[in-house]
Design a protein around this ligand. Sequence first.
Ligand code: ADP
Ligand code: MG
Length: 475
Amino acid sequence: MNYTADSVWTECLSFIKDNIKPQAYKTWFEPIKPVKLSGEALTIQVPSKFFYEWLEEHYIKLLRVALVRQLGNDAKLIYDVKMENSYSSNRPQIVKIPSSNRDPLKPQNVTVSLESDKRELRNPFIIPGLQKVKIESQLNPNYNFANFVEGDSNRLARSAGMAVSNKPGGTSFNPLLIYGGVGLGKTHLVHAIGVQIKDKYPDKTVLYISSEKFSQQYIDSVRSNTRNDFIHFYQMIDVLIIDDVQFFSGKAGTQDVFFHIFNHLHQNGKQVILSSDKAPVDMQDIEQRLLSRFKWGLSAELQAPDYETRVSILQNKLFRDGVEMPEDIVAYIAKNIKSNVRELEGVIISMIAQASFNKKEFSIELAKQIVDKFVKNTKKEVSVDFIQKEVSKYFDMDVATLQSKTRKRHVVQARQLAMYFAKRLTKASLASIGSQIGHRDHATVLHACKTVDNLTETDKQFKKYVDDLMKKLSF
Ligand code: ADP
Ligand code: MG
């Protein structure tokens, strides 16, 4: 007879089924999947660590009898435990755990088999491999200190980052909050800190995660009733890096859970590193108690790089790409792209691509064309007026209607959309947006922005309005 994991397990199940209550069978045995049979060792996959513990505690005798009936006295059981709390990666981590395989008749002689080696465990409750679950750091090794060009604009943040990586959790920079505008190197710098820590302290558990992903995991954990696992997972981390915490704004549940995780880590001397697009004082819809935690450590700003730094960043990039470019062209680019390092890099990448596709030399003309494109795309700031006109046109109404005091739903929505886009696409303050769109106050604009955010999430049709308008407005 040819035994397979499936056939052995099917036989075990029918025996088990006869010996326990249907409900218990359904709960504890139906979810198990047989994975592998090698010799007398059957590997089964269980959905969680808790599940495994429960089986070991309540059903080990039954399992043992069932297995011995199929595989003889040397039967072994190995669990593949899906670590559902391995929030660091999308695929579940599998931890192999041999059953303690306690034989009630010979309790002093406990042998368990590990897949690779056989060894005696004195205490069957010590679960090998479980204490130190390896967590993938999710760090990008290309974002390191070596290629993070130093300049006046980033000196404080960079040296604070260095200090933290030399002594994670051991400086007063805890949390370290790096803030600054888009494309100024926040993500790069927080990775660099993590990479350096991993380098210096390979045993420390470092985890990089975006705030959106953190928030999503949290929501999922609530949905699947594993909120505690979620919290425990994060409490195990030595260095927690959360990118773009401004996205916590308005998310009360995420803020609450982060508050608890933060307190735990901080109390235990663990390092927390955060990035945000604004300083704590300017963050909206973040709970006060959380903001006050953010301020406990150091908030360091990444500013737009000055001319010299921009030149160095360009040269550094060119050097790494093994490309030579005349100095005057580098200078031209550095002079014209001022506010965003990502764009500086973008120009270089386009230059290289254009030059090689068209077999052209680098020239000032080419640089000009490309820079123009970048500058046009980003500098073309739309006005509040333009937004009102476009939104009105989209909804087939005139601007006066959009601005009027009417409470008709479709007009209110159009008005709120105009306010929302004005906030997103212009630099106008809430108050100024309000006064330009029908003399409303700043609270009305703020409310409009929130309403649009909410509706976008819950209402498909509304989301389409937002997407359509975004295309029209940002051409
Ligand atoms: P942010 O997260 O602030 O939006 P990123 O960290 O994604 O910005 O940076 C945008 C790009 O600019 C990345 O490719 C990054 O490597 C690069 N960059 C930013 N600052 C520097 C710097 N000081 N030196 C070298 N490259 C930088
Ligand atoms: Mg970023």
